[in-house]
Write a protein that binds this ligand. Structure first.
Ligand code: FE2
Ligand code: FE2
Length: 166
């Protein structure tokens, strides 16, 4: 699943994040079967900044938390009791995302950090406490659902194709 032209342009506009060397490694972290964490984050940021304008939230802040919300280089598909160090991805990756962001010099306000920490709501225990937080968690769920549906459609297509072949 590729980025649209608008999403790609949006990513280039935010090159202070998307051209960061460590952030670029998110391209190697798969997500939702049909995409990677870099592209997923760009989609979430693009949608977040659009929704933000509708509800009176700073679109640049929404774009920033959208791009950084999954800044964790762990592949959640790997479950060898070592990669996750005994932790559950769904709970720790928002915290890792904030730590990695700050280590790379991206400045986050407390409201922005809280939005990232709570983006897995209601799957995690942290609850969004700002409009920015709700914009982020809603955008993440919309994009994740879209990506999962594309992935399911690809799987069905492959099964049909293999049946026709075999
Ligand atoms: Fe996430
Ligand atoms: Fe996400």
């Amino acid at each position: 699943m590729n980025l649209s032209f608008k999403e790609y342009t949006f990513a280039e506009k935010h090159d202070y994040i998307t051209h960061n060397e460590k952030y670029d490694k998110l391209r190697q972290v798969p997500r939702h079967g049909c995409t990677n964490t870099f592209d997923h984050s760009v989609r979430v940021a693009f949608l977040s900044s659009r929704l933000a304008k509708l509800v009176g939230v700073d679109p640049d802040s929404a774009a920033k938390v959208g791009l950084l919300h999954d800044f964790c280089l762990v592949d959640y598909h790997k479950d060898d009791k070592h990669v996750h160090n005994g932790r559950w991805y769904c709970f720790y990756h928002p915290e890792d995302a904030v730590i990695n962001s700050e280590n790379e010099g991206f400045i986050l306000s407390h409201v922005e950090k809280k939005a990232i920490w709570s983006h897995m709501f209601p799957l995690a225990t942290s609850i969004p406490t700002s409009r920015l937080g709700y914009v982020l968690t809603l955008s993440d769920k919309i994009v994740a659902t879209q990506e999962s549906l594309v992935s399911a459609a690809e799987s069905i297509r492959n099964i049909r194709f293999n049946r026709l072949k075999g």
